[in-house]
Write a new protein. Structure first.
Length: 341
């Protein structure tokens, strides 16, 4: 993109947000809230980057609300985000993948009008092997007249999100953000400590020859899912008439970042390993924010049948199957399921 190579003066995240505010697309509170999240992500980037030297690798010895082992860095990242956002005055409350219930902003601080949801460190099982991980976040309005938000107030469809983004801690640290006016990437300039706009208006190619899925679960999938992937694997010799390449980092932020960069389809389907769970990924912390980013970049996101952002949430930690990325391919995968119904 021309932004990363041109001689034009670099545009910082702060500058970008002020431009959006002047254009009437974000207000001062939302702008400052995003700045606070970005600052917290810089702190997390430092902790992640220290690796073994920071004594932060390994298990925390605790479980989160879903009974999953927490890494020390899960706990650190969660604390950093809570601490950074509590006193800013822009939020009414927060909810985290790592906490059973949402938390209203403590009474000692002023309360704002937004709700922040986050997965503090997604893909954290990858940390110990030094693979990219990330923070995912979503911003909602606090419903009118609600002063002390409870879990139920967060149960809003993805279409109501006012902002969403992720920060990827990889070879470089990047923040990818949407406030409903395209999806834009900012790279952390470590020397100066600011995020610089390096790709304006990311666009996911409509078609793709690359898919991302954990193939080891194949026998646990339902029939349409098995047929769909079998047809991808048949390549040129099958009904699809073209070969497909496969990538699976097992770190959603890294997999979605690749798709936003060069296209592809990312799938975490329903499987019968644990029939009580309708998928692995969480609607509120992972599926909705990623769907918003992908749709704003011209891609699509469904649960195999329905648009993810149209789902009316029933629980803070609800799980959903996820199909997202290149629009034509997501539509194709969705067709396999609808045909079968
Ligand atoms: P987490 O929130 O516990 O880190 O789990 C989510 C991660 C995603 O980042 C990734 O896409 C998926 O789990 C990988 O699952 P699997 O290990 O089944 O391949
Ligand atoms: Mg996660």
């Amino acid at each position: 993109s021309p932004d990363s190579t041109s001689n034009a003066k670099p545009i910082s995240l702060t500058h970008y947000l002020i431009d959006e505010q002047r254009a009437g697309r974000v207000n001062a509170d939302l702008r400052l809230l995003i700045e606070v999240v970005a600052r917290a992500c810089k702190t997390i980037a430092v902790a992640v980057g220290k690796g073994a030297l920071g004594g932060v690798l390994g298990d925390a010895g605790t479980g989160n609300v879903q009974g999953e082992a927490q890494k020390k860095l899960d706990v650190i990242a969660n604390d950093v985000l809570l601490e950074a956002n509590a006193w800013g005055g822009h939020l009414a409350g927060l909810a985290s993948e790592e906490m059973e219930h949402s938390q209203p902003i403590p009474d000692v601080y002023p309360r704002g009008n937004y709700l922040l949801l986050f997965d503090p460190l997604d893909g954290s099982s990858n940390i110990d092997v030094n693979v990219s991980v990330g923070t995912i976040f979503s911003v909602l309005h606090c419903p009118d007249g609600v002063n002390t938000p409870e879990d139920q107030h967060y149960l809003q469809a993805g279409t109501t999100q006012v902002a969403a983004g992720y920060c990827i801690y990889g070879p470089s640290t990047m923040m990818v953000l949407t406030v409903g006016n395209g999806t834009h990437a900012f790279t952390l300039d470590r020397e100066h400590g600011s995020f610089i706009l390096t790709q304006r208006g990311m666009m996911v190619p409509q078609e793709t020859q690359e898919f991302a899925i954990n193939m080891s679960n194949r026998r646990h999938w339902d029939a349409p899912m098995q047929h769909y992937v079998d047809d991808l694997l048949a390549g040129k010799d099958g009904v699809r008439g073209k070969d497909f390449n496969m990538r699976w980092i097992a770190s959603m932020v890294a997999d979605v970042h690749r798709i936003l960069t060069r296209g592809g389809i990312f799938i975490y389907p329903w499987d019968r390993k644990d029939p009580s769970k309708p998928g692995k990924l969480r609607l509120m912390y992972e599926a909705n924010p990623m769907s918003f980013l992908v749709e704003q970049a011209g891609g699509a996101a469904t649960d195999g049948r329905t648009r993810i952002m149209d789902i009316a949430p029933s629980g803070l930690h609800q799980r959903v199957p996820v199909f997202l990325g290149s629009k034509k391919e997501v539509e194709e995968a969705t067709r396999y399921h609808l045909k079968h119904d």
